[in-house]
Structures are given as C-alpha cells and as structure tokens.
Design a protein around this ligand. Structure first.
Ligand SMILES: C[S@@+](CC[C@H](N)C(=O)[O-])C[C@H]1O[C@@H](n2cnc3c(N)ncnc32)[C@H](O)[C@@H]1O
Length: 247
C-alpha cells in the first residue's frame, strides 16, 4: 500500500486504480472524517433516535466507520448503531490490520481484525457489515433505510458512477425521511444529481476543512440552503452526471 502522511499527522493511502488519495491530505484523514462526516451527521439527526442506520460509501481504509465508533464513545451516546459499508476491493479490506491507524483507533484493532477476516463486526451496541462487491448492487438489493450516509467515494472525476443522478436515485430510495447525507464534494453536477432526486442541499458547518455539501429529504435543516434553481438560471448548461456517459 502507498502510504501518504496528511496534515493532521494521520496516514492515508494512494489508490493506484483510481490515481487518488483516500483522503484529503490538506484536511487530514482523521480530521476530514470527523469534521466532514461524523460530527455534522450526528449533530443533525434527531438526538432522541435510539437506533441509527449508517451507510458508509465506501469502506476504504475504514476511517469513517472507526471515527463513528470513537465519536459514540467520546459523546457517551447509548444508541444501537448499524453501519453498512460496501467495498469492492477485497484485498484492501484484508490488509487493514497492518494499516498505521492513529492512536485514537488503537482500541478498535479487534474490530478491524474481525472485519478483515469475516466482513463484519458485532457487539452489544454496534453492528458493522462490509459487503464485498459493488456499492450500487448493494443499494439495489438492500431493503434497509439509512439515517446517515457518508458519501465518501473517490472524486466524481475518478469514480463518476458513484455520483450520477441514477446513483442518487438508488441512494434516495434507501433513505429515512430525515436522513442526512454528508459529502466533501461541492460540485454543481453532484448537487444537481441530488436535487433532481428531490433532496435539499445545504452548506455544511465547515470547521477548518474544505467545503462540501449536506443533503437531505428534509427541507428544514438548521443550515444555509443552497439555491440550485438560481444556479441553474445563471448557468443553464449545468447538469447532473449520467450513467450512460460512463458505461
Ligand atoms: C475515498 S475511498 C473511501 C474512504 C473511506 N470512506 C475511509 O474513510 O477510509 C473510496 C473507496 O470506494 C471503493 N469503491 C470505488 N467504487 C466502488 C464501487 N462501485 N463499489 C464498492 N466500492 C467502491 C474504493 O475501492 C475505495 O476503497
């Protein structure tokens, strides 16, 4: 694995297949996970929810999933959490016990070891499933409803099929009514793919990390809404990505 150090002192890796790092080296792997995905998502869901289903697209090095475990423990949240994180790179998942994770994740070594060996982990509060295969096949075959989605695929340029309007159609069909989608992408075609599936898009609370987007079926999140109709008026050529252009 090509290890790459990041700004916050944690390591990410570079994918040969996608010619891209798994995380922003500027934001830092751990910081991106916490500030871009986990904290915003948990600050926006209904705090009284006792069961939370999370879709982590995709597992990669597992930072978003492990940061979620860390956050639940730090905030002493007594929720039952089920994380599903599809990943088609089986050899990557199998290799993760050797990854130089931050010290904060040391206590989750048994979790990573179990996922690497068996594809899942379970204890009293947490269930984690890492189905090996295509994320879109998973979406089509699943009957779960997700309260949180970490939309953390490689960039739309490198991995467009996880950012198209048709992808967001499949994703939207698996969301609960108040679901929160977090992503680092602020690209107009991505936001249009979300909006054309009936989602509302918002500027995230960005604490020292790159901007991104929060999307939700809910029109009343306590965030600054993004007026995509206005963007479309100013740039009539703007359009979502479509599967047919990448298959
Ligand atoms: C940017 S990385 C995810 C980083 C991860 N969230 C983390 O926190 O470490 C994107 C991952 O998506 C996987 N991937 C790309 N296309 C996929 C697909 N169609 N189905 C399943 N996994 C896919 C890649 O193998 C890679 O591990």
């Amino acid at each position: 694995m090509n290890l790459v150090p990041t700004q916050d002192g944690t390591y990410t890796a570079r994918s040969d297949m996608f010619d891209e790092c798994y995380h922003s080296t500027r934001d830092g792997a751990l910081k991106e996970s916490l500030k871009k995905h986990v904290e915003p998502a948990f600050s926006l869901i209904d705090p009284s929810k006792e069961r939370v289903n999370i879709l982590d697209i995709c597992f990669g090095l597992g930072y978003n999933t492990l940061t979620t475990l860390h956050y639940l423990e730090k905030e002493k949240l007594q929720k039952k959490v089920h994380i599903v994180s599809p990943e088609f790179d089986e050899s990557l998942v199998r290799s993760l016990p050797d990854f130089p994770y931050p010290d904060l994740f040391e206590k989750y070594r048994p979790v990573i070891a179990h996922i690497a060996a068996h594809g899942y982990y379970e204890d009293e509060h947490i269930r984690i499933d890492v189905p090996l295969g295509d994320a879109r096949d998973f979406l089509r075959s699943s009957d779960m409803r997700f309260d949180i989605v970490y939309q953390d695929a490689f960039s739309p340029k490198k991995n467009p099929l996880l950012w198209t309007k048709e992808y967001f159609t499949e994703l939207t069909s698996r969301l609960s009514d108040e679901a929160i989608i977090t992503t680092y992408s602020s690209a107009t075609p991505v936001r249009m793919g979300m909006v054309e599936n009936g989602l509302f898009v918002y500027n995230p609370p960005s604490e020292g990390v790159r901007s991104g987007t929060i999307a939700s079926p809910s029109q009343s999140l306590p965030l600054e809404p993004i007026d995509m109709a206005l963007k479309k008026m100013r740039n009539p050529a703007a359009a979502p990505l479509h599967d047919k252009d990448f298959r």
